[in-house]
Design a protein around this ligand. Sequence first.
Ligand code: AVJ
Length: 339
Amino acid sequence: MNFNQQSFIKKSSRKGLRFFDNQPVAEDILSEVIAGLSQPQKVLPAKYFYDEQGSRLFEAITQLPEYYPTRIEIDLLRQHKESIAKLVKDDVWLLEYGSGASLKIRLLLQAIRPNCYVPMDISKDFLLASAESLMEDYPWLDVYAACVDYSQPVRLPADMITSAQKLGFFPGSSIGNFAPHEAQIFLQGVRNTLGKDGAMLIGVDLQKDKHILEAAYNDCQNVTAAFNFNILHHINRILGTQFNVNYFEHKAIYSENKSRIEMHLVSTMDQIVNISDSSINGGESKNIIFKAGETIHTENSYKYSKQSFIDLVEGAGFEVRECWSDDKEYFAMFYLHCC
Ligand code: AVJ
């Protein structure tokens, strides 16, 4: 990722909103997409679901009857927000990874009243729009938005470095998008960003019956399918490729032995998709060949037991201070402290 610091710190036109713009550039996206689609099992990084349309589709998913994680997590935040507020210091900075619509954070703001809220998301327009409406509703809140790809090491600008306590917020079981070994590396990076006195509030989807899991990713209204197809629409728009989504089908299955939901796009026929963008890299071009039935693996969503998740976070330099979950133990929220 190539960038120099200065040019990215902007004063958004929106009143008092500080904004750090480090959105990935097309070059990097092109080489990442070509690399992924050139593998024996074709893959596309899940982060490319999230253009503005993708962020909206995900918000729609969170409203679906089959998609239980968001509802349970919101209940847990409502129930325990006072306990969480008692655990953090008055001048805390709240750093949210993958903030999306910044809806869940609203449940904590009044109780915690952070000194500064730092929403981080790869979807720039959605991030800025969400930050703006938050500032309208919470005029006392200082917001410093950061358009970043948090799956990569994030180097925050100097004026985002503070001696105040930092509370990381990573809801929704987005940690599940990382394979466990990658999740550990990511959490170690977060641990370093939060510092010795830091803390982390993280939501994780727990292992459960396969049918409940598969229903959550194969909803009757096909919103998840639309979300899955959107990765092709997004790539077509930014790289000028000609993927025809009608030549693909949505598939989401639970792998018991890998303890993960896998989402795929299945090619319904033999087809060739050319990936080249003369304006990028002097016209790097490649034909991607699909056989009928071949898939693009678009997302993993790993599910944990409470113990396997405790092992993961302890291995990344955190200690578990609190754990809250619903009666059916479908979803858990952990409050961690940096060791
Ligand atoms: C945002 C990654 C937590 O894996 O459950 C929802 C994304 N994918 N439906 C998840 C998603 C399909 C979601 N995360």
